[in-house]
Design a protein around this ligand. Structure first.
Ligand SMILES: CC(C)(COP(=O)(O)OP(=O)(O)OC[C@H]1O[C@@H](n2cnc3c(N)ncnc32)[C@H](O)[C@@H]1OP(=O)(O)O)[C@@H](O)C(=O)NCCC(=O)NCCS
Length: 168
């Protein structure tokens, strides 16, 4: 079971099948998935993919959190994840995705900071990675604000890493 989190502006709660339609609607915005590979253009495959990612049994403390704002807690604004890379591992991946009208207000960074603290403080990981498309400046900037460092390219994406040692 994943913990709930709160921050000055946000609540992070475990993502459930109740968020399925909101997640699919978010992914259908071509600007949202512009830099992310996935089955976005095949409705059945897309639905299966999101259901699988929601219902899969992740190791303790890992999974997806849906993000809502304290001022409008009924409205899904996106998610942040901490899962084995590509749901396989062995690296632990962090990621973020928001509906377009929530961009540009620091929400991804605020949510990701909570999950980074959880990853190192509670789960006890040694490092987290993120694979981000070369052109995805906003996402790269989120990674940099978290203190993540570029390691080069992996599988066509720029690989960022934050290690426990970087936190000191
Ligand atoms: C990436 C994403 C989650 C960022 O969410 P957000 O809440 O707007 O991010 P934040 O506001 O916390 O931080 C974004 C930072 O990037 C900056 N930024 C925005 N667009 C940028 C660009 N094209 N190039 C460089 N920096 C950019 C912002 O100014 C901000 O920095 P600042 O706080 O120093 O001003 C959001 O754009 C999104 O959901 N994109 C689509 C999904 C996606 O690509 N996910 C990541 C896949 S790796």
């Amino acid at each position: 079971m994943l913990p709930f989190f709160e921050s000055p502006r946000l609540y992070l709660r475990p993502r459930t099948l109740a968020d399925l339609d909101d997640c699919i609607a978010m992914d259908r915005d071509p600007e949202v998935t512009r830099y992310v590979d996935g089955p976005w253009h095949d409705a059945d495959a897309h639905r299966r993919f999101v259901v699988d990612r929601i219902t899969r049994a992740y190791p303790d403390g890992l999974g997806y959190w849906s993000i809502v704002e304290r001022v409008a807690p009924a409205r899904f604004v996106g998610w942040v994840l901490l899962i084995p890379e590509d749901a396989r591992g062995p690296e632990i991946e962090i990621g973020w995705r928001l509906v377009r009208d929530a961009w540009g207000r620091g929400i991804a960074s605020e949510a990701a900071r909570i999950v980074v603290a959880h990853a190192f403080g509670t789960v006890g990981v040694e490092s987290v990675i993120a694979g981000i498309a070369e052109g995805n400046g906003a996402s790269q900037h989120v990674a940099e604000k978290l203190g993540m460092k570029r390691e080069g390219m992996a599988n066509g994406y720029v690989r960022f890493r934050l290690s426990r040692d970087d936190l000191c």
